[in-house]
Design a protein around this ligand. Structure first.
Ligand code: FES
Ligand SMILES: [Fe+2]
Length: 416
């Protein structure tokens, strides 16, 4: 009998020391074992943005959520309950669904046709003999939650509490009524860079002035990324906007990663004359929800994989999926009110700012990643003025990676 020595790829890993206030050593971006450890810690241990409620409203509508080697079916049942199941047949383990989205009456495995209800219960399994009790067989459950029109899943055995994010985000994102939206456009990218490079880039606007002319048409350079600089004209615009939003029934607040949590939600003013993030400031689609005539731009970040903007007339969500140590898939979705006619939506104007900004960012990230891969790379100093938010992300990341520091309270068993 032969002996097998089995260890996960991350077992032999010694993490390189890091210096607060400096970018990370190259190994964090290029070592496959770091990515393997991240999938077990950073990604497994939290809530991950999977998609939009409006993609799974009808009975049998589903979307697939993929991370690492895991695939999850998020599906609505005939009672309106949203479920998440491992996309793994309980017979011999085949993937059940392959198409990323669709609508089905039941979940039938293509291999030997075991068939599951939308609730995950095995309903039919042919030729299994009289003694086979299918009653106790069901697809593996994954925790799933809906929050103001966004769907999150957790692959953790004991998911962290969803309540802090749910409370803070629902209060601010709720009035945009994303659950009553539709996805009007979807853009997919494959970026040759480690996922952290994309998050770091998102967490600062140090690069905005010289790289994002379209974004800065409507946005102030201040405030949008937790920028601590004081600027009188921005502060005045913010104070005026907060008064207006409160009188319009909104609850503006800057909630930035409270108690080590993984989210930031904040409503920010746009430049004078801009009611949305378009090139000329004019709406590109009919208004959504109940946000008043000039709600600015609501920003949501849920680490490690998602950020979103919700405006008067459209919302944009960006989701990252690490598919390799040096490759990140990105999906950018644009949402408008579900009742908006196609003729009332100017898709060209709607996507102009974000198509330009996303492509500029991916180019910056690929150039950054190319440098990190080189033997010439050494960690460099972060700006305490405009990159404190990058440091904050790295602190959060290292805590999650190493399992150190404060952890969010645990709930009991996952449930739908
Ligand atoms: S593996 Fe699914 S039915 Fe056999
Ligand atoms: Fe950018």
């Amino acid at each position: 009998m032969s002996e097998l020595s089995i260890a996960p790829p991350s077992a032999q890993l010694t993490l390189a020391p890091t210096t607060p206030g400096w970018s990370l050593p190259a190994s964090y971006y290029v070592d496959e074992r770091v990515l393997a450890l991240e999938l077990e810690t950073v990604f497994l241990e939290g809530w991950l943005f999977a998609g939009h409620t409006c993609e799974v409203t009808e009975p049998g509508q589903y979307l697939l959520f993929e991370i690492g080697d895991d695939s999850v079916i998020v599906v609505r049942d005939t009672e309106g309950v949203l479920h998440a199941h491992h996309n793994v047949c309980r017979h011999r383990g085949s993937r059940i669904r392959d198409e990323p989205r669709g609508q089905v009456r039941a979940l039938m495995c293509p291999y030997h046709q075991w068939t599951y209800g939308l609730d995950g219960q095995l309903r039919a399994a042919r030729l299994m003999g009289d003694g086979f009790a299918k009653g106790g067989v069901r697809l593996g459950a994954v925790a799933v939650r809906e929050l103001a029109g966004l769907v999150f899943v957790s692959l953790a055995e004991e998911p962290p509490s969803f309540a802090p994010m749910a409370t803070a985000v629902a209060a601010q994102l709720g009035p945009h009524r994303l659950e009553s939206a539709r996805v009007v456009h979807r853009a997919s990218y494959s970026v040759r860079a480690n996922w952290k490079t994309l998050v770091e880039n998102n967490r600062e606007c140090y690069h905005c002035r010289s790289n994002h002319p379209e974004f800065l048409e409507s946005n102030f350079e201040f405030g949008s990324h937790g920028d601590p600089r004081r600027n009188d004209s921005y502060d005045d615009a913010l104070a005026t906007a907060y008064d207006r939003w409160r009188s319009d029934g909104l609850q503006p607040a800057d909630v930035s990663f409270p108690d080590g949590e993984s989210f930031r939600v904040s409503r920010l003013p746009l430049r004078d004359g801009f009611v949305t993030e378009s090139m000329d400031g004019a709406p590109v689609a009919p208004p959504m929800g109940e946000v008043g005539p000039s709600p600015g731009s609501l920003r949501l970040i849920t680490l490690p994989t998602m950020w979103a903007h919700a405006n008067l007339d459209y919302a944009m969500t960006t989701r990252l999926t690490p598919v390799g140590v040096d490759r990140t898939d990105v999906e950018v979705c644009f949402l408008v009110d579900a009742d908006a006619e196609d003729s009332d939506v100017d898709l060209e104007r709607l996507t102009t700012v974000w198509t330009a900004t996303s492509e500029q960012d991916w180019e910056l990230c690929e150039a950054n990643a190319a440098g990190i891969r080189s033997r010439g790379y050494l960690p460099g100093p972060l700006s305490p003025v405009v990159e404190a938010s990058v440091q904050h992300f790295l602190d959060w990341y290292l805590r999650r990676l190493t399992g150190s520091g404060p952890r969010t309270p645990r709930t009991s068993a996952p449930s739908a």
